[in-house]
Design a protein around this ligand. Structure first.
Ligand code: DC
Length: 218
């Protein structure tokens, strides 16, 4: 029996990496909801909108041809923008548009439709509570801001992206604050989610903890 797995947590805790591995092991699909907020931030910036122009951005979403492929590449109006949405500028734009109630409403509806057939690992900030309140397995994956900044620096270096540790740490803390203090669906651990701190754990250890929970439910 296929189930749904919800994974919430702050940026850089390893949600995407862990979700990809779980998807491969289980033969499930991984839906990266952060990439959808990033695509909306990207499209709004392209149009020169301010990030608080809710009405314009919601109307824009209705008109966008946004496709999330099962490999999580994001196609916007026919163009693969997967690489373009990973910059610091788009990270902040995504965090900004994700504060808007009606932007969330539109994207949550899309996410619920995608995951309705089960067999999904959905990662984000509001998955346990809002997107998939009935998910069979719920995880809150976290790590210290310092560990997350170290990992992000390494990832950036591998991709040839410039940046220093202090700037990345500052950006992570700023986004953490914004994502957990917003009015609409702020990032927090729900009572029914299992918290895993990945600071002192290998990827394999985290995957094994979640796999155990999945096997209990399947
Ligand atoms: O996971 P990420 O860093 O790619 O997410 C980008 C931004 O989108 C993040 O700052 C918070 C927001 N987000 C959200 O509010 N809800 C989600 N389900 C996923 C992401």
């Amino acid at each position: 029996m296929k189930i749904n797995i919800a994974i919430d947590g702050p940026s850089g805790a390893g949600k995407s990496t862990i979700s990809d591995i779980l998807a491969q092991k289980l033969g499930y699909a991984h839906l990266d909801t952060g990439a959808m907020y990033r695509a909306v931030g990207y499209a709004a910036l392209q149009r020169g909108y301010k990030m608080d122009e809710e009405e314009k951005i919601v109307k824009m979403i209705e008109e966008l041809d946004l496709v999330v492929k099962t490999d999580n590449s994001i196609i916007l109006n026919g163009e693969d923008i997967s690489g373009k949405i990973r910059t610091n500028e788009i990270s902040m734009a995504a965090s900004d548009v994700s504060k808007l109630k009606n932007v969330r409403k539109a994207l949550v509806a899309m996410q619920q439709k995608i995951a309705s057939n089960k067999g999904y690992i959905v990662d984000g900030r509001d998955i346990c509570e809002v997107v998939l309140p009935d998910a069979e397995v719920k995880i809150f994956l976290t790590a210290s801001a310092e560990d997350r900044a170290k990992r992000r620096l390494l990832q950036n270096q591998e991709k040839g992206i410039d940046g220093d540790y202090e700037t990345i740490l500052e950006e992570i803390k700023k986004r953490d604050y914004q994502d957990s203090h917003r009015e609409n669906s702020p990032l927090h651990k729900t009572d029914d989610a299992t918290e895993i701190d990945s600071s002192d754990k290998s990827i394999e250890e985290v995957v094994n903890i979640i796999m155990q929970k999945v096997l209990e439910k399947q």
